[in-house]
Design a protein around this ligand. Structure first.
Ligand SMILES: [Zn+2]
Length: 286
């Protein structure tokens, strides 16, 4: 009976190893890559990743254009903008909106019968500058606790949509605030301020692009991001294991006798590889 003990122990250890190895399954994450932050100090948004994402977005963009031209879809001259909030005011009867335009929060009056709501991406508009407008904006200030992660990390997406300039999209209920910052310690503060913003008047474009939509370019990419477009890019990535921080071995939990001389064992999280496979969805935004 005494001789069976090591055997049972081995069995238990093996079972433990199998249970742990299931953890190595690919994990999913959705993260926001803010192009405006590339090059900024301490930003997690790197140039290398930007180039990769740009290439991916371009591939899909051009493929969509191909599809649309075969479907004889008509493209219009002008710019689409992201509506962040419906304002109470009107200008000459045209409803006014807080929108992402030209890389900043802007007030846009859009003539015509079409009413937009928070979160909408408008059809192509013909836009003209028209002075300034004072309006009340609520911004969310997110302060991340100094975490122990050695390098900066991208903002986890909340599923509630991407915010612009800290302004959460207001779909009517007063602005949806993201709430599932699971792995981060953050404090969120809301500030309401009266701000003077550039004002624009716009009409929905009926000017047809004869040659169809232009092929993807850096200008199209940056312009559309500045106007509140968000591109989604899915990638498979090997990321450094958070459990062993890439060192592959961790302090052992094995019983005495089975321990390695260094008192460590292969990291159960990554099976001693140091990396783990991830399915990453990047939300590429301004
Ligand atoms: Zn590991």
């Amino acid at each position: 009976m005494k001789n069976l003990f090591p055997l049972i122990l081995c069995f238990l250890v093996a079972t433990f190893a199998i249970a742990q190895s299931k953890k190595n399954d690919t994990q999913d994450t959705t993260e926001v890559f803010r192009v405006s932050k590339v090059g900024a100090r301490g930003a997690a948004e790197s140039r290398e990743l930007l180039m990769d994402l740009y290439a991916e977005v371009g591939k899909e963009y051009n493929a969509n254009i191909e599809k649309e031209s075969t479907a004889q879809k008509v493209a219009y001259q002008g710019k689409q903008v992201r509506i962040l909030k419906v304002l109470k005011e009107t200008e000459n009867g045209a409803p006014m909106y807080l929108a992402a335009y030209n890389g900043e929060p802007s007030v846009v009056a859009i003539a015509g019968d079409k009413k937009f709501k928070g979160g909408d991406l408008t059809p192509a508009l013909k836009i003209r500058a028209n002075g300034q407008h004072e309006t009340k904006v609520t911004r969310e200030i997110v302060e991340r606790a100094k975490n122990n992660s050695p390098e900066p990390t991208l903002e986890k997406s909340s599923g509630g949509g991407v915010s612009f300039f800290g302004i959460p999209i207001d779909t009517g209920g007063g602005g949806s605030i993201s709430s599932n910052e699971v792995e981060e310690t953050v404090t969120r503060r809301r500030v309401t301020e009266v701000k003077t913003m550039p004002k624009y008047v716009a009409t929905i474009s009926d000017e047809v692009l004869n040659d169809g939509p232009a092929k993807f370019s850096k200008d199209i990419f940056v312009d559309s991001l500045k106007n509140g477009n968000v591109y989604s890019v899915k990638r498979k990535e090997d990321r450094r294991c958070q459990n062993c921080r890439g060192f592959q071995r961790v302090t052992t939990t094995l019983p005495v006798g089975l321990r390695d001389p260094d008192g460590k064992m292969p990291c159960p999280e990554c099976k001693g590889i140091g990396n783990k496979p991830w399915n990453v969805t990047y939300q590429v935004a301004w």
